[in-house]
Design a protein around this ligand. Structure first.
Ligand SMILES: [Zn+2]
Ligand SMILES: [Zn+2]
Length: 330
């Protein structure tokens, strides 16, 4: 199989599959005579068991035995009475009907080729991908996908993760003084004891099964307040994460959410995130520079602060004293 040079950042290339499309279906069977595993290219159209039984003649690549309704079962099957092996017998007929049904009865019965490792593998070796070929599966097998993801995740780690964790720490510190204590029982009452996204009934005593969602994310400098808290199941919350409400909730849900919490609907519905500027950036800077037990020295922390203040366009909220502390940043 020829290697096709495709530019990608992972260092793991796709291979060119000869005479087949990556999404094609394959049938796989074990030869009844010599027990060799054989692969049969089916293509983009799955076939019915009746069609397969009527039309297929699968010739074993090793011993040449032809698998079809016109074949006697192999004479090497000495544990069968010889007359049961003849193609005219009901035993042989039923055998061949089921033989072809096993390989074609449903999409899960088919196999597919991975365009990274080149192996033809059972349907279950591929993750689902809606609309990709007759089997609706991804191009690469789950094993290769695991390797590709390892490279991609690794590229994201180090620098990127470090930066986003610093930004998160600074954002948390900027809003810290505005956080309110959330009365969990009152929160459950407001949301009827249900996950606001999925409607799943939640048990207040099972901590870990539910979360208090920051409706407007702290990433955009919103504190956790009674008005900014929603009750979500832990699954729904892990989908929401730092997303802006309009990116996660439907318009009807946003209306409902504003009703329950008293939050500002126009802000919730904004198509893009809006940074909260109703915070005291100066006090936030003080807090970040005065953190105890920080491994990062002051000059580094000043650089981090400047970067985040610029990213959030908060320069105008600094007073002269803090402008001086951070050095001219505009
Ligand atoms: Zn064979
Ligand atoms: Zn693979």
């Amino acid at each position: 199989m020829a290697r096709r040079p495709i530019k990608n950042e992972t260092g793991i290339d796709r291979i060119l599959l000869e005479n087949s499309n990556v999404h094609d279906a394959w049938s796989v069977y074990t030869c009844v005579n010599c027990k060799t595993i054989n692969f049969v290219h089916i293509g983009q159209e799955l076939v019915s068991p009746a069609f397969a039984y009527q039309n297929f003649e699968w010739e074993c690549s090793v011993c040449g035995f032809v698998h079809s309704k016109e074949a006697d079962l192999p004479s090497s099957w000495i544990n069968w009475k010889p007359e049961l092996l003849e193609k005219e017998e009901l035993t042989a007929e039923r055998f061949w009907q089921a033989f072809f049904r096993i390989s074609t009865e449903k999409p899960e019965a088919y196999w597919k080729q991975c365009n990274v490792c080149g192996r033809i593998l059972p349907n279950s070796a591929f993750s689902k991908h809606k609309g990709f070929g007759p089997l609706e599966k991804q191009m690469e097998c789950r094993a290769c996908k695991g390797a590709i993801n390892a490279v991609l995740n690794c590229q994201r780690t180090s620098e990127q993760l470090r930066e986003s964790s610093i930004r998160r720490r600074i954002a948390d510190m900027f809003v810290e003084e505005y956080n309110e204590r959330i009365d969990v029982q009152a929160l459950f009452d407001r949301f009827g004891g249900k996950c606001f996204k999925t409607g799943k009934i939640l048990d207040i005593n099972k901590t870990g099964s539910w979360h208090i969602d920051h409706i407007l994310p702290s990433k955009y400098l919103y504190p956790l307040t009674v008005r900014n808290a929603a009750l979500l199941s832990s699954e729904a919350n892990s989908n929401k994460r730092d997303r802006w409400p309009s990116e996660f909730y439907t318009p009807q849900e946003l209306v409902e959410l504003a009703k329950i919490t008293g939050a500002d609907l126009s802000l919730l519905s904004s198509p893009t995130p809006v940074i909260n500027t109703h915070i005291n950036v100066n006090r936030g800077v003080d807090r970040y520079l005065n953190v105890r037990n920080s491994n990062t020295d002051i000059s580094k922390r000043i650089i981090e602060l400047k970067k985040v203040i610029q990213q959030y366009n908060l320069e105008d909220l600094l007073d002269d004293e803090h402008r001086l502390i951070l050095g001219e940043i505009i």
